[in-house]
Design a protein around this ligand. Structure first.
Ligand SMILES: *[C@@H]1O[C@H](CO)[C@@H](O)[C@H](O)[C@H]1NC(C)=O
Ligand SMILES: *[C@@H]1O[C@H](CO)[C@@H](O)[C@H](O)[C@H]1NC(C)=O
Ligand SMILES: *[C@@H]1O[C@H](CO)[C@@H](O)[C@H](O)[C@H]1NC(C)=O
Ligand SMILES: *[C@@H]1O[C@H](CO)[C@@H](O)[C@H](O)[C@H]1NC(C)=O
Ligand SMILES: *[C@@H]1O[C@H](CO)[C@@H](O)[C@H](O)[C@H]1NC(C)=O
Ligand SMILES: *[C@@H]1O[C@H](CO)[C@@H](O)[C@H](O)[C@H]1NC(C)=O
Ligand SMILES: *[C@@H]1O[C@H](CO)[C@@H](O)[C@H](O)[C@H]1NC(C)=O
Ligand SMILES: *[C@@H]1O[C@H](CO)[C@@H](O)[C@H](O)[C@H]1NC(C)=O
Ligand SMILES: *[C@@H]1O[C@H](CO)[C@@H](O)[C@H](O)[C@H]1NC(C)=O
Length: 625
């Protein structure tokens, strides 16, 4: 099998380089990467700065975000602040990043409600935080969060309202591998299309893994409006979308982790990869390189293509989302392979049959490895391997994709960290932020700093997960971490919690009725807006205070009385909780009501434990998401 693949690739390369055929092989489906002429110059670079593409795009984007921020701040009822004067005074544009955690459809849907609350296009009566999405420069997603960010970015910055107003995107009523329900012919066609697409990638000379069928299946749910359900849609296509060229969408980044077969990821030593519209790679010392995303799949040595033929189309958008969420590959092992096209059933059987393979079921192959180098003076093993191995971005315990936003090069002032993880009883415990905080003290942390956070007992029992909490409120307090403490972003932590819906559904619940879907999204909206502004009418002003905080500190401007009051309310005080565990009792301001209360109020969703089929695996894996 391997040999014939290599031969096929070699033949393709020869034919293409001899100029005998059009560079794009006609017989293959658009999922297969294809040959193009190589550009001149290297295809990788050291991670010493932002790419020229990003620098240029962001500088234009920030003209717009600054205007949108001014509009937001003026509407947020900040007292005693001259918004225009203040913004005109800034030494650099205020940069906002939005991060969306993993956690399957739960994270995607709650995150969707949270994004809707920030989106100026959302039709709703409260003005709250609307417009902040348009004022944000960056947006990151990982695993279930990558489905959210990927769906929005790859559909040309579609709004959540628009998604809910149509029926193709996010039709979650049928489980992902039962896309056509009882429609046998539809299912057959679905699986044979998926099978052909993946086989064509293999025939073009590329190793395939279970991430490929997973990616294709996801695409039917996220990219149904694109040709052949996104089979040929690339992450780099973002740069051609209207909403991107007009600087409307924030700069979208997906996160994945490096993991070789038969190894586990030790938190602090993980290599964190990002995919942005121009590049993929890692800032971490273990790699510290980026590759030109458009030419991913090209045989590269020491940064230069090995021949005149380069590859395009490897950066399939669904494949990137599938990589970021590869923990879910295990679901493919559950489908009944009888009746599947033999290519697909053989691929699945390889993993099912061998206990050795099954531990590697989550790994996506990026082969050829763009970072491969033949020189042997490098200490790291990533660059010595012909294959780059990537997995779900949440596998290192950092389920909120914060690293790309913490890079000093990106000059982010404030991060909104949306945590929809299932740590305890399906709710976040803050453990993701604790892991991110700790990573800065590892060699792999690479000198990237994050504000102090407490232990998870404090997160849960001191109400830091039941209402939004600000970390790093006072940059001066971070001076022990780095002399450049003013550059450490302030973090607005927003954890999943119930208001009108039990939004702690299982990570592995793979179908939602329309009512369930809307319930989850509505609850996300209510989380972001403090129950539609009813708990704290001053919440938008408090968010405004957090956004301008670092810039005030840089200018040496004293906080207003209102902002001081806000910070008293929302900043972590710095103290730790000592005492017995209280448990999940979510009241509007803190933790007082139990599930009995919510059931008495007819809050829906409590009995929703997700699918039971995989209960055991769920217990094993739920911790990771
Ligand atoms: C600001 O105050 C005005 C007048 O009190 C009110 O109508 C408006 O809803 C408030 N806006 C926000 C975002 O709270
Ligand atoms: C602008 O900055 C100067 C100091 O650099 C300060 O005196 C002034 O109050 C600031 N203006 C506003 C509107 O914040
Ligand atoms: C909050 O606003 C959202 C969006 O308009 C709406 O769907 C939801 O029902 C509102 N919740 C409450 C409790 O009013
Ligand atoms: C992390 O990496 C460092 C440097 O490669 C190594 O010395 C250390 O043992 C690793 N730690 C763990 C827990 O794997
Ligand atoms: C590449 O990684 C695989 C999996 O860890 C390993 O088996 C193989 O030996 C590595 N190859 C090289 C050249 O290091
Ligand atoms: C900053 O540090 C001071 C003194 O160490 C402390 O009193 C204060 O609570 C801290 N503020 C924040 C926001 O952490
Ligand atoms: C958490 O919220 C509850 C209920 O509102 C309150 O009684 C308790 O004092 C809060 N805990 C902290 C540490 O603020
Ligand atoms: C949490 O809820 C349970 C059940 O309603 C209740 O018995 C308990 O007192 C609550 N804990 C706190 C700290 O309010
Ligand atoms: C959701 O949270 C409630 C209260 O913490 C808990 O009783 C329930 O079991 C959780 N549901 C799931 C699916 O974890």
């Amino acid at each position: 099998m391997q040999i014939s693949v290599l031969v096929a690739h070699a033949v393709l390369v020869q034919i293409v380089s001899a100029g005998l055929l059009p560079l794009r092989p006609l017989s293959l489906t658009p999922y297969a990467p294809y040959g193009v002429n190589c550009p001149s110059g290297p295809l990788t670079r050291n991670a010493d700065s932002l790419s020229p593409g990003e620098l240029d795009w962001v500088s234009n984007k920030q003209k717009i975000t600054t205007q949108k921020l001014a509009t937001f701040l003026k509407g947020a009822n900040l007292t005693d602040i001259n918004v225009d004067g203040f913004l005109a005074n800034t030494t650099r544009p205020i940069t906002i990043g939005q991060a969306f955690s993993g956690g399957g459809y739960r994270a995607m849907l709650v995150g969707a409600g949270e994004i809707a609350a920030l989106d100026e296009r959302t039709a709703s009566s409260d003005s709250g935080l609307k417009g902040l999405l348009q004022a944000s420069t960056y947006i990151t997603g990982l695993s279930g969060g990558s489905w959210l960010v990927g769906t929005i970015a790859m559909n040309d910055f579609i709004s959540v309202d628009e998604i809910l107003g149509q029926s193709k995107i996010w039709d979650l009523t049928k489980s992902i591998f039962n896309h056509f329900g009882l429609d046998v012919l539809g299912s057959l066609a679905y699986f044979s299309q998926i099978s052909t697409q993946i086989e064509s990638k293999q025939l073009a000379g590329f190793k395939v893994t279970l991430t490929d069928p997973w990616a294709r299946a996801l695409s039917y749910q996220f990219l149904p409006n694109s040709d052949q359900d996104g089979a040929g849609l690339k992450w780099t296509d973002i740069t051609t979308f209207d909403s991107y060229t007009k600087y409307e969408m924030p700069f979208p980044i997906l996160v994945a982790d490096g993991r070789e077969p038969y190894t586990t990821i030790i938190d602090g030593n993980s290599t964190i990869f990002e995919f942005n519209p121009y590049e993929m790679g890692s800032w971490d010392p273990s790699l510290h390189k980026f590759a030109n995303l458009q030419y991913l799949g090209t045989e590269i040595s020491d940064g230069y293509p090995s021949s005149r033929v380069c590859i395009n189309g490897f950066d399939n958008a669904g494949f990137l989302m599938g990589t970021s969420s590869s923990l879910f590959n295990q679901f493919i092992l559950q489908i009944n392979t009888l009746g599947l096209p033999s290519f697909l059933s053989n691929l699945i059987s390889t993993f099912v049959l061998s206990p050795l393979s099954i531990v590697n079921v989550d790994i996506a192959y990026y082969s050829p490895n763009p970072f491969y180098t033949s020189s042997d003076n490098l200490w790291d093993r990533i660059t010595k391997n012909r294959t780059l191995y990537l997995v779900d971005g949440g596998e290192d315990g950092q389920n909120v994709p914060l690293q790309p936003l913490m890079r000093p090069e990106r000059k982010v002032d404030i991060i909104f960290a949306h945590d929809n993880s299932a740590d305890i009883d399906g709710w976040p415990s803050g453990i993701s932020l604790v892991s991110t905080f700790q990573r800065q003290f590892w060699e792999q942390g690479g000198g990237v700093h994050f504000p102090y956070v407490p232990d998870i007992e404090t997160f849960r029992n001191a109400n830091l997960t039941s209402k939004p909490t600000f970390f790093g409120c006072s940059a001066k307090n971070l001076s022990a971490l780095t002399p450049d403490y003013l550059d450490i972003p302030l973090v607005v932590y927003i954890a999943n919690r119930p208001f009108s819906y039990w939004s702690n559904t299982s990570t592995f619940k793979l179908s939602y009725t329309d009512d369930e879907k809307r319930g989850m999204i509505r609850n996300g909206y209510e989380i972001e807006t403090r129950f539609n502004g009813t708990i704290d009418p001053e919440w938008p002003a408090c968010v405004g205070c957090a956004i301008i905080r670092r810039q005030q500190e840089r200018q040496g401007v004293e906080q207003t009385e209102q902002c001081k009051r806000c910070f008293d309310k929302y900043c972590w005080s710095g103290s730790s909780y000592q005492g017995a565990d209280i448990g999940e009792n979510f009241s509007n301001d803190g933790l007082t009501y139990g599930d009995e209360y919510y059931n008495a109020q007819n809050v829906q969703g409590i009995d929703d434990g997700g699918i039971t089929l995989l209960k055991k695996r769920v217990l094993e894996f739920e911790k990771m998401e």
